[in-house]
Design a protein around this ligand. Structure first.
Ligand code: KG4
Ligand code: ZN
Length: 333
């Protein structure tokens, strides 16, 4: 089915727009908001205002890069949730107005389903059923995907998300927000010489609050003995906490894959940009004889390309929304 769809993502602190045409992502523009760095975390009010400033130029750029004009669009898609309501509203309102003015259908997309479907942003594609490890700033999930629109969470974090574990650990080390990518860089020069406990959680669920606490007391004790401990050991500290988080993530993924006898494995979400996770997943995949699908960086962190991919599947099924649709801060699938 021929189609040209504009997709908008505004669930957190990135304003993004993408065009998908006949199954291929033609453009994917992301405006990241630097303003939050000052505060050590995302400030919802600041995010909403920045989305408002960014949305028109970002959409214009996405159209221009794809060489598509507004009147060629067959549908407009948007992230309905989960996310910050004030941020979501900016994308939703824009999408609604555009759909109304062009008389085209609206497509609502679940941000977390879109992360999972980012596996279809670029070939080769996994075959069904597959398992996706979604690791972002707000979520850590193992998702069983039976078909594009039929997926089930079979394991998830009972407390902090993996991205939060990176960000909070980094904050304790005095790093800027978001600390995940900074830890990734520092760790490349270090070795995982410091040990942190392994959580004991049943089934395929995760917990990261225990290692956060262990990390806090570890730093407190070391700094009491040597005030320069963090500065002198930042590479090894980063490598150690990263090693622990990544090991926890991969052990549960392996347990799920073995139990369900699934050998198609993908990863998604901001933390899947982590270079150590990518290397270790590849290694595990070779040992376990998995077909491992690791998306390019641009489809890992928040981006409208993945919203466009998810929207395309809904477009083919004729799953449209009406003008009364509103944002959802939480949205289970
Ligand atoms: O999916 P995402 O862009 O936004 C959410 O929906 O949450 O994920 C953001 C998270 C942040 O916690 C950030 O620190 C983490 O992804 N992240 C990383 C890396 N790049 C982004 N964590 C570890 N290593 C990275 N290279
Ligand atoms: Zn995300």
């Amino acid at each position: 089915m021929q189609h040209t769809i504009l997709a908008i993502e505004s669930s957190c602190d990135d304003t993004s727009a993408a065009i998908i045409q006949n199954g291929s992502v033609r453009s994917n523009i992301v405006a990241s908001q630097d303003a939050h760095r000052l505060y050590g975390g995302v400030v919802p009010e600041v995010a909403s205002r920045a989305h408002q400033n960014n949305i028109v130029p970002v959409v214009r750029q996405a159209l221009a890069d794809a060489e598509v004009s507004v009147n060629q669009l067959d549908a407009v898609a948007f992230t309905r949730g989960p996310g910050l309501v004030g941020s979501l509203i900016v994308g939703i309102s824009f999408a609604k107005a555009l759909a109304l003015s062009q008389d085209i259908p609206l497509i609502e997309v679940n941000h977390l389903q879109a992360h999972v479907l980012s596996a279809f942003a670029q070939k080769p594609y996994p075959s069904f059923p597959f398992l996706c490890l979604t690791v972002s700033g707000g979520h850590t999930q193992i998702v069983l995907v039976r078909s594009p629109l039929d997926m089930e969470i079979i394991g998830q974090s009972i407390d902090d998300a993996a991205g939060e574990a990176f960000d909070k650990s980094g904050k304790m080390m005095g790093l800027d927000y978001p600390a995940g990518p900074i830890i990734d860089k520092l760790a490349q020069k270090g070795r995982p010489v410091f040990e942190f406990p392994q959580p004991k959680i049943q089934g395929f669920n995760y917990s990261f609050s225990g290692i956060k606490t262990a990390f806090k007391y570890f730093l407190r004790d070391q700094v009491a003995a040597n005030p320069d401990f963090i500065a002198e050991n930042k590479y090894d500290i980063a490598a150690s906490i990263q090693h622990r988080i990544v090991t926890i993530l991969l052990q549960k993924l392996r347990k799920a894959a073995r139990k369900l006898q699934i050998n198609q494995i993908t990863i998604a979400g901001g933390v899947s940009a982590n270079s150590y996770l990518r290397t270790k997943l590849q290694e595990m995949g070779e040992k376990e004889r998995w077909d491992t699908f690791i998306p390019p960086f641009k489809f890992c962190t928040d981006n409208a390309g993945m919203i466009a991919v998810a929207a395309r599947f809904k477009y083919m099924e004729g799953e449209f929304s009406d003008q009364s649709v509103g944002p959802l801060a939480k949205w289970k699938f």
